[in-house]
Design a protein around this ligand. Sequence first.
Ligand code: MG
Length: 380
Amino acid sequence: MTENLEQCTVIGDEDDPLVSRIYPAPEHPGRNAFQRDRERIVQSRAFRRLAGKTQVFTSRSSDHFRSRLTHTIEVAEIARAAAAQLGLNEDLAETLALAHDIGHAPFGHAGERALDRCLRRHGLSFDHNLHALRIVEHFEQRYAAHRGLNLTLGVREGIIKHSRDYKAEAHPALAEYLLDERPPLEAQLIDLADEIAYLTADLDDGVESGLLEIGHIRENITIVKRCYRSVQEKHSGVEEKYLFHEALQLMQNVLTDDLIATTRANARAMGAGSLEEIRRHPERLAVFSPQAESERLEEKRYLFDTLYTCDSLEKEHDKAEEVVTALFDFWIGDPEELPAGYFEEIEDEGLPRVVADYIAGMTDSFILELYAQVKRAIRR
Ligand code: MG
């Protein structure tokens, strides 16, 4: 099975509707439309702020933990490599990977949950994919003629749909993104590339933090046990930590190869001959094999039980909840304290959404600084 999926790729030439932009822009002689979008994303302020946002561990505890930015770069490498091996559009896959987390709030998932809880009191909700679209369409202001980054339709569609499907009835404003159809394979790959990246990195960072122990990981996660045994056979007498790193690299390759092979086999099984057929298919084709999927779930459960919900991280989650909720309530009660640019948006967007937009964009250190200032102001 070496044939690729060229017939199903996003072509991305000038006749492709997926390269259309909200504000017409002339072609560039040296770079294709998705390469230009990649630059627009990498040069955005939201992308740079990923360096200051928690992935799992805050940067306050070690310089070596992944931030959302380094995680994003790891996802982009995996996505680009998988797209290349499948004969898909590498530029689109890489661009979507670089954008996949720009809608994340500070403090990782704890921050997102807290923000969502605050908004639900006002009949709204927070979703990082939909927020990412607001960032690229609205908040990034770098051009004289328009707001937003003016990205191609293909990239905007992928930003919304890479990780899950949204019901068309629930989101009439997003009709242009064909919510009833699956996204192209380039976008489908992103969610799995994300899984591969964090399944590998969180074990690595977990051991670095001292919260996880290599022997315990090997005993409890089947795929790590198998990879560890395989590298052990090749390198005798090597220290455990080096074998563990070799095993993690092998695991990343095994999962990536599985994703590529399974996606190719699924496309072949349905006889996929075009992007349209990929879109109309009721399920996503980019998935893991049943074995890799069950091993992925086993590892995810392990990470959840031993790492994500361990006492020291739960303490950070509680702090995140406290900070986000206190600031949200502060600006709801006193909107004039918002920066002028946000205050002006209240009429169009409503106060709760504007406050959430402001908080969601913050880095961990910025929100902690504001929290300290607000606490001092309240005490006075
Ligand atoms: Mg991610």
